[in-house]
Design a binder for this molecule. Structure first.
Ligand SMILES: C[S@@+](CC[C@H](N)C(=O)[O-])C[C@H]1O[C@@H](n2cnc3c(N)ncnc32)[C@H](O)[C@@H]1O
Length: 268
């Protein structure tokens, strides 16, 4: 899967992309992340990417022209894809850049914005099905509205709060989507039981030592009885969700046994 990130601050990305699971996924060619500096698509002497808002008011607004040109050049919307125009960071330059899957296909062009639909595991799943997505990071007071109206195909928020830029949200999307792709996690079933993956919060985890400061790991987890362990984990997941996020139970796929267990929790 290929991520095309458009930003005014490309220097934000390397440290995270060169770490741990995401780094290994890139090295193994499972994901490709290209970070494009919007400033490279300006044509004036001062490489202006922002300007004062029409109608007055504080703050600056990201100009439409460099953003359109960057996305159109890289994604090949109006112009042909042209590798030589992009300036990926040195740290991501070393990965072999494949030919884009299909410049004309429906590549989601996502604006990171506090006004978008709120990101969650279902959206991560949905986006992981695309071979290529574009992520536009805003800065300042935001972007010229014509970018939203005529370039962007989706708007995503990472929560009901306002950050100074879309770079962290973009990294959050890349991380959450990448770990859903085949072979990215060491354990192929790793993402299956995660919180939100099955509509429930995940069960608790324990590791060695079996007893720490007098607090014991549950005996059942050391019993080796996998049927009992599975049942215990399911009930723990149900109980946690019931206590911390009861709203999630309304949408979760529940068996008759699950419903009976929840009934018991309600009456206890
Ligand atoms: C200071 S914010 C602009 C907020 C804008 N004035 C508004 O009220 O909608 C600058 C940029 O940070 C990013 N951003 C801030 N909060 C975000 C959030 N919760 N989710 C996604 N992106 C966010 C967006 O790209 C936004 O354009």
């Amino acid at each position: 899967m290929q991520f095309e990130v458009f930003t005014l601050l490309p220097e934000v990305f390397p440290s995270y992309l060169d770490t741990s699971i995401i780094k290994r996924a890139r090295e193994r060619g499972l994901i490709h992340v290209r970070v494009h500096n919007i400033r490279d698509y300006t044509h004036d002497k001062h490489h202006m990417t922002d300007d004062t808002p029409y109608g007055g008011g504080g703050g600056m607004v990201m100009k439409p022209d460099p953003v359109f040109e960057a996305v159109e050049t890289v994604i090949g919307l109006n112009t042909h894809f042209n590798d030589s125009l992009e300036e990926p960071l040195d740290s991501v330059r070393d990965e072999a850049i494949p030919t884009p899957p299909n410049p004309d296909s429906n590549i989601p062009i996502i604006l990171l914005t506090p006004q978008g639909r709120v990101f969650n595991q279902t959206i991560a799943q949905e986006l992981s099905a695309h071979p290529r997505i574009a992520l536009i990071c805003g800065r300042y007071e935001g972007i010229d509205e014509r970018i939203r109206e005529h370039l962007v195909t989706d708007e995503i928020s990472i929560g009901d709060f306002v950050l100074t830029g879309g770079e962290l949200p973009a990294l959050i999307l890349i991380d959450a989507i990448a770990r859903l792709l085949p072979d990215v996690l060491g354990d192929p079933t790793g993402a299956q039981d995660d919180s939100h993956a099955m509509g429930l919060l995940e069960y608790p985890h324990y590791t060695r030592p079996p007893e720490f400061r007098g607090w014991k790991a549950p005996d059942i987890l050391l019993s080796g009885d996998h049927a009992k362990i599975d049942k215990w984990r399911r009930q723990q997941a149900l109980e946690r969700t019931f206590k911390k996020r009861p709203d999630m139970l309304e949408k979760a796929e529940l068996t008759k046994e699950d419903l009976k267990f929840i009934q018991k929790l309600k009456s206890s």
